[in-house]
Design a protein around this ligand. Structure first.
Ligand SMILES: [Zn+2]
Length: 339
């Protein structure tokens, strides 16, 4: 088998690797229907996060079960399955309260940009599609459930989006755009997307954004205040992970409002005093995608949402290096890879 390996900044290779196989009795091996490049893959690709030797890449996946270990009960060969970027047993105390991405047995997936993938803790990690194999045109939207939609959904949920709410989304990457879609599904009345890129603004509008703000930083905050009678938004989704985006999110939130942060923080530092007087709820982290998977799969299958639209570039898996380049250069919002 060949798979994706990151050697260093800008150096993605598709090269020979050992075929995945069952190692633990709780494992499954799946044959990939589609995988993709994540915004978080760009941090090490851009040299903003260290790469310690050749690193197999990819954590978003869906496909058909090829083989299962002797302890696996809930999925079987031939089924179409979707899993989270974090494995979970779905039985420990953290899993039982819905925080499967903090499972006591958690592992972060990292070998999914490949034709085959070993999934540990298959029973707790994977969700089998009801009703057999999905039509091929739904595969991008089902793949989106694995991380990017699940993360956008968590952002909206953690930001306490309720019917009638005014919501701000900071970040117009794929997660931010699907945060817009999620807020819309949860009944937000006004959704303000902060974006400077026209193609992304268009998609944000299609997903339910009612307003676009192109200003950022203090100017962006001032604009949000103007639009909310001086108080700020009820719910703010921070989908970037930089100091500027985090402060923009906190300062755009009304006293008593909620900030959800799902962008992996890089160099973010918060001042206690500033937090104290901002009076906001903060909730974020790696999204417990597994909690939402059954709901999200159902919304896709019933045609109520089409999150696969964030994939504006589709490439054969062996051209994965171009997929990274296109996202790095912002020629693509998100790259889908087909084996
Ligand atoms: Zn657990």
């Amino acid at each position: 088998m060949r798979g994706t390996v990151l050697y260093g900044p800008g150096d993605v290779r598709f090269e020979d690797r050992e075929d995945p196989r069952i190692i633990e009795p709780a494992d499954a091996v799946i044959r990939m229907a589609a995988t993709c490049v994540c915004g978080s893959d760009l941090w090490p690709y851009r040299g903003l996060q260290p790469v310690n030797g050749p690193t197999p890449m990819g954590h978003e996946y869906c496909g058909i079960v090829e083989e299962v270990g002797s302890a696996v009960r809930s999925v079987k060969p031939g089924q179409f399955v979707i899993g989270s970027f974090a494995t979970s047993d779905n039985t420990c105390p953290n899993c039982r309260i819905g925080y499967q991405s903090s499972c006591v047995q958690r592992e972060f997936m990292s070998r999914a940009q490949a034709p085959m993938l070993r999934v540990p803790l298959a029973d707790g990690t994977l969700v089998a599609m009801p009703g057999g194999l999905p039509p091929d045109d739904l595969v991008p939207s089902l793949l989106a459930c694995s991380d990017v939609l699940g993360t956008g959904w968590f952002a909206a949920d953690a930001a306490n989006v309720k019917p009638g709410a005014t919501v701000v989304v900071v970040g117009d990457g794929a997660v931010g755009l699907l945060g817009v879609l999620s807020a819309k599904q949860m009944g937000a009345e006004r959704i303000i997307a902060m974006s400077r890129h026209q193609s992304r603004q268009l998609l944000a509008r299609e997903f339910g954004a009612t307003d676009i703000v192109t200003a950022r930083g203090d100017e962006g905050v001032a604009r949000i205040k103007e639009m909310t009678r001086g108080v700020g938004a009820d719910s703010v989704l921070e989908c970037v992970g930089t100091q500027e985006s985090m402060m923009q999110a906190i300062q755009s939130t009304r006293p008593g409002g909620f900030v959800a942060y799902v962008g992996v923080p890089h160099g973010v530092e918060l001042k206690g005093e500033q937090l104290f007087f901002s009076h906001v709820h903060l909730h974020g982290g790696p999204a417990p995608v597994r909690r939402y998977l059954p709901t999200l799969i159902e919304l896709v299958l019933s045609g109520q949402i089409n999150p696969g639209k964030v994939f504006d570039l589709v490439l054969p898996l062996d051209q994965v290096a171009e997929g990274y380049r296109a996202m790095d250069e912002r020629r693509a919002i998100k790259t889908l890879l087909r084996p």
